[in-house]
Design a protein around this ligand. Sequence first.
Ligand SMILES: *Cc1c(COP(=O)(O)O)cnc(C)c1O
Length: 421
Amino acid sequence: PFHRPNYLLTPETLSEERGIWIELEDGRRIMDCISSWWVNLHGHCHPKISEAIYKQSQQLEHIIFAGFTHDPAERLAEELVGKLPENLTRTFYSDDGSTAVEVALKMAYQYWHNRDQPRTNFIAFEGAYHGDTFGAMSVGSRSIFSQVYADLLFEVKYVPFPDTYQGDPDVQEQEERTLWQLEKILSVDPNCCAGIIIEPLVQGAGGMRMCRPLFLQKIVQLAKAYDTLLIFDEVMTGFGRTGDWFAALRAQVSPDIICLSKGITGGFLPLAVTVCTEQIYEAFYSDDLLKTLFHGHSYTANPLGCAAGLASLEILTENQASFKSMEMIHQRCYEHYLDHERISHWRVTGTIAAMDVKTPEASGYLNQVGLEIRKRSLEQGLLLRPLGNVLYVMPPYCTTEDELVRIYQGINQILREIVAS
Ligand SMILES: *Cc1c(COP(=O)(O)O)cnc(C)c1O
């Protein structure tokens, strides 16, 4: 009884892809409004990145990254450190978002171990998603996706994520409640918490839930006051998504550890990096073998991925206006093209815009309206993939204002049809 819904876009149906456009086998052209699960930054098949990968493949396709290093990895690390908040200086490569988080958790845990002050707890946020491996699942919000493995996950203390939207009257109260709970946990036993992990500014898979930069600033203050490590999972929010290079920069704060993946290669190849402070690095720098961060993947710092990363950074640097100005265009489109009767909780941060579709069913990931929207979106020439009744638009940065207008007009049409049906 394996049921494959027929509205899924299968890889075989993709014949040609350019910019935001995907061409289906039957000749239809649709717009990739979600950047292919949030990894694509510059549109599909950007020639500069293809070229960089091809060139690199003729020089060095892969080499063990233990005892060896290579130019693309070194250059990408340098470039990244140059873009990140000043205190983040030491890079550790891995393969994808989940492994970037695993590395961050191991770093934080072992940091205290190496300093002979063992700490075993992590604090995370309700609604969080950090990946599908066991450590990442453990610090993620418990849900039907992790339920089967519940017994195998380590315990984490959760506090509410004060998500907000335009015109939210309760935001300050919610933030204060979270900060109060967090302070309570930290003050009861200041030596228990190895780190706090958060998706800064936007919780992705949890429903594009957005918080204020001010809240992040307060979290940073608390982490400092109680001497615990702060981990920013910027796997989704990194590389321009929030309207600045990183959510940390947008909120004008610095974590102790940052996790990056998704957009790092512009959406071409899997690659990730976890970057930490000098202080954390020093806790590992020792002749004592037990102080080593024993973690390494076969494809660590893959040269093709690093070459793609370098090319992507170059494109980003040349086109900063593309991700810095999109927030304004989202906002204009919301004001001009959407029927506000059919939606609520409008929110936008940089290139990410989201809204809740009003339905008689309860809100949440399992709300059926998402499937209905997915089906109808192809007819409108759009690739949309709502999270339950949360409809979001997160296009590649090459998307023009006209294309964005078409996306919003299509969405409005879909909303109309759904209410009418
Ligand atoms: C997608 C995502 C991950 C997991 O990344 P994968 O590459 O899918 O393993 C982790 N954290 C956040 C915030 C994400 O959005």
